[in-house]
Design a protein around this ligand. Structure first.
Ligand code: GLU
Length: 426
C-alpha cells in the first residue's frame, strides 16, 4: 500500500451507515419496503436560531434533531456540540441509535441532534443561552414520551439540566415534575442516575470482559490504547486499569502520548481537566499520529469522532481487538483492512451501548420516582451487556458473519417483526 496517491477523500458517514445496513439486509433478506423505510430518518429537523453572545453581538446557530425511527419506542439519542456537525453525520448517528437500542432490547427508537459550533470557544453563559434557545426552538419535537435527548460529544450533565429546565418551564407548573424524563444524563441532584456518567465506559469494559472470557484472555497484564480522552475514553481507561490492564498509548485533539510502562488514567484525567487535552502530560512521551496508531497493544479503543480507522490508519494498527467506544469510528475500508489482519471488532452499537442503557434506567427511575443504587445500576447494566454480547456472538456464528453485521441482523429481525405485526398505516 505504499502508493504515492494523496489520501482519499473521506467516505460520507451516512453512506457508510447505509452500506452497513445493506450488508445485514442481504443476510436476512430484509423486506424491501422495510429497507426503504429504514434507509431514511422519519423526521429531519434543522433550526437556525439566534443567540446573544457575551460581546453583545448576535450569532446564528444551526441545530439539528434527526428522528430516525420510533417503532420500538420513543426516539432516543444524544445531542452533540461540535464544529463539524452536519446533516449526514447526524442522520448516520440517529440510525445507529435505532440499531443500538434494538440490539440492547431497550424500548426506544433512534434519534440524534447537534449544534454546529465549538463549545470550547464559548463562555459558560453563552453555552447556557445556546442550549436553552435550542431547546426552546425544539419545542414539542422532544418530550418524555416522544423524543428523549442525552449527552454526546461536547455536552454533559449541565447541558441536560439546562435542557430539562427550559423544557419544564414551557408548560403549566402542575405538570413540571412529570417532565423530568425529557432528557437523560442529568446530574444526580437534578434527577439523574447513579452510574450514568461512567456508563458508556463501563459498558465498554463489560463488553471487553465478555470477549476476554470467550477468548480465554487475561485482562490482568493486558495493554490498551485509547483514542479520545473524554467521557468514554477516560472512564473506560480508569476501569480497565483497576483490573490490571495498562494504557500504553493515548491520543486526542491536542496530541498523542506513549509510555510502555503504562499511563495513569486518573492523573491524565486531572491534566486534561486542567489544560483541555492530553498534550503536555509529563508521564509519557509525545508521539505523532502514525506512532500512536502503530503502537502494539492488545486492545484498541477508539472513543472520539467517526472515521478514524481508515485506509490510512488501519494498516498501521497492531492489536487483537478493536472496541468501538465512539460511534462510527471505523470506515468501510478500515474495517476490511482490520478483518484481513484478523483483528476482531466489537462494534459501536454493542460496545458503547452502556450509555443509552443507563439512560433508559434513568428514564425509568424518573417515571417511577425511584432512585437506584450504583450497585443496582451496574448489576443491571452488566446483565444487559452480557446478554447483548452473547446474542451478537451467537448470531455471528450462526450466519458466519462479522460482529457488526450480526448486531444489525439481531436489531433488524426485531424491528421487522414489529413492522410485520403492526403493518403500515393506512
Ligand atoms: N450519546 C450516547 C450514544 O451515542 C448516549 C445516548 C443516550 O443516552 O440516549 O449512545
Amino acid at each position: 500500500m505504499a502508493s504515492k496517491t494523496p489520501p482519499k477523500q473521506r467516505q460520507n458517514v451516512y453512506e457508510i451507515a447505509q452500506a452497513q445496513l445493506q450488508r445485514a439486509a442481504d443476510v436476512i433478506r430484509l423486506e424491501d419496503r422495510l429497507h426503504m423505510i429504514l434507509s431514511q430518518p422519519k423526521n429531519e429537523l434543522i433550526i437556525n436560531f439566534p443567540v446573544r453572545m457575551d460581546d453583545g453581538n448576535y450569532r446564528l446557530f444551526k441545530g439539528y434533531r434527526i428522528q430516525h425511527n420510533d417503532i420500538m419506542g420513543p426516539y432516543k439519542g444524544g445531542i452533540r456540540f461540535h464544529p463539524e456537525v452536519h446533516l449526514d453525520e447526524v442522520k448516520a448517528l440517529a440510525a445507529w441509535m435505532t440499531w443500538k437500542c434494538a440490539v440492547m432490547e431497550i424500548p426506544f427508537g433512534g434519534a440524534k441532534g447537534g449544534v454546529k459550533f465549538d463549545p470550547r470557544s464559548t463562555s459558560p453563559a453563552e453555552l447556557e443561552r445556546i442550549t436553552r434557545r435550542f431547546t426552546h426552538a425544539l419545542g414539542d419535537n422532544i418530550g418524555p414520551n416522544y423524543d428523549i435527548p442525552a449527552p454526546d460529544m461536547g455536552t454533559n450533565a449541565q447541558t441536560m439540566v439546562w435542557m430539562m429546565d427550559t423544557y419544564m418551564n414551557r408548560g403549566p407548573s402542575r405538570d413540571k415534575n412529570a417532565q423530568r424524563a425529557v432528557v437523560t444524563g442529568k446530574s444526580i441532584t437534578s434527577g439523574g442516575s447513579q452510574g450514568r456518567e461512567k456508563a458508556t465506559g463501563q459498558g465498554v469494559v463489560y463488553a471487553i470482559e465478555e470477549w476476554a472470557t470467550e477468548n480465554d484472555f487475561s485482562l490482568d497484564g493486558a495493554t490498551f490504547s485509547v483514542q479520545g480522552f473524554g467521557n468514554v475514553g477516560s472512564h473506560a481507561a480508569a476501569i480497565l486499569s483497576r483490573m490490571g490492564a495498562s494504557m500504553i498509548a493515548v491520543q486526542d485533539h491536542t496530541g498523542a502520548l506513549v509510555n510502555r510502562e503504562g499511563i495513569h488514567p486518573k492523573r491524565l484525567a486531572r491534566h486534561v481537566a486542567e489544560t483541555g487535552g492530553v498534550a503536555g502530560y509529563k508521564g509519557a512521551e509525545p508521539v505523532d499520529k502514525a506512532t500512536f496508531f502503530g503502537t502494539e497493544v492488545d486492545i484498541f479503543i477508539p472513543a472520539a469522532l467517526e472515521s478514524q480507522i481508515t485506509a490510512d490508519t488501519a494498516p498501521l494498527m497492531r492489536c487483537k481487538l478493536v472496541v468501538e467506544g465512539a460511534n462510527g469510528p471505523t470506515d468501510l475500508e478500515g474495517e476490511a483492512i482490520l478483518q484481513d489482519k484478523g483483528v476482531q471488532i466489537l462494534p459501536d452499537v454493542l460496545a458503547n451501548a452502556g450509555g443509552v442503557t443507563v439512560s433508559y434506567f434513568e428514564w425509568l427511575q424518573n417515571r417511577r420516582a425511584e432512585s437506584w443504587t450504583l450497585e443496582e445500576v451496574d448489576a443491571r447494566l452488566h446483565a444487559m451487556m452480557v446478554r447483548a454480547y452473547r446474542t451478537v456472538r451467537r448470531v455471528a456464528r450462526e450466519h458466519g458473519i462479522d460482529n457488526r453485521t450480526a448486531a444489525y441482523v439481531h436489531s433488524l429481525q426485531r424491528i421487522q417483526e414489529v413492522y410485520r405485526e403492526r403493518g403500515i398505516f393506512p
